[in-house]
Design a protein around this ligand. Sequence first.
Ligand SMILES: *Cc1c(COP(=O)(O)O)cnc(C)c1O
Length: 385
Amino acid sequence: MKIATKVIHSGLEIDKSTGAIITPIYQTSTYVQKKPGDNMGFEYSRTANPTRTALEKNIAALENGKHCICYSSGMGAADAIIKLLKPGDTIISNQDIYGGTYRMFEQVFSKFNLNFKYLNLSNTEILKSNLTKDTKLIWLETPSNPLMSIIDIKNIKKYVDKYGNKNTLIVVDNTFATPILQNPLDLGADIVLHSATKYLGGHSDLIMGALIIKQKAIYRKLFLITKSCGAVPGPMDCFLALRGIKTLSIRMQQHCKNAIQINNFLSQVPHIDTIYWPGRKDHINHNIAKKQMNAFGGMISFTLKNDSYKNAIKIITNTKLFKLAESLGGVESLISHPASMTHASIPKKDREKNNLSDSLIRISIGIEDADDLINDLKQAFNKIK
Ligand SMILES: *Cc1c(COP(=O)(O)O)cnc(C)c1O
């Protein structure tokens, strides 16, 4: 089945008791048992809930995975993965990752004697000399947030097989690409992470995370962590995610189409220094993006001439359709300033080391009409002298 059909049908059944075509919101914490252990498949909603189970089956199918577990947030999902590790383990991550993930690694987990190493994995060769027997996890974000770095997932898998530990897990945060544009499990990843808050939900009305897993043994460990630690989403949010996902395929088509036009427009703007978008021929890993993605996504970042902080603030406070807000992936366009917003938790000297400069602006291109979006950016740029 193709993905445009899967988003609407996979994992979903007509409600047996009523014929309802849409999965009901099972707003219940517990389930009546005939005698101890004799139940209809559900016991307590921290462990499982029918609305959540339907969503998990649906998302698993989208990523060509066997199993999916949903979480109360993307960070809740990331937290569960790190709990697979033990003190002394090393995690290799690409250096350009979501600020909240970096904060969790550094401020929450590093005190548990976990070793986090950040490498520029745009060049996968770097992995060769850094893999040791203590490397238990490779954490990738591709395209990355906010610089849209692209990492060759297949190559990473090749190096891990050759130089790594046979138990080294590869995790891909696939939030920016969505299952419509990229399926990391097919490229060698063991676990795919989504902040379903973003494109999967797609309407900026919920916070949720998801993990999709290929192997049963890993799923079992994650399931135990989840039901024990409890970062599960409620049934209402699962319903909203199911509803959002139905249009994921057509939404992504429009996000990507708009991004092509906006990239063309930005290329002509004299105030702009560098544009980061994997669809550009001048992106260093454009060819890898072309190989492992079906299209290049709706997220674009750019910097201004002279790295002007003042001009960046002028632009982000003058757009009207592009709303100044954190987050991304909704139907409405957003604009943000990573250095002072999403990535403010990264120290300035580390930000600069990673090209996260003061004039960097990130836009999440919505599904509005592209001409209106371009006109909005135009009038904001015109505010610069
Ligand atoms: C937002 C985001 C997260 C965190 O997800 P939440 O749902 O906000 O907890 C993780 N990774 C990426 C790439 C994100 O954009």
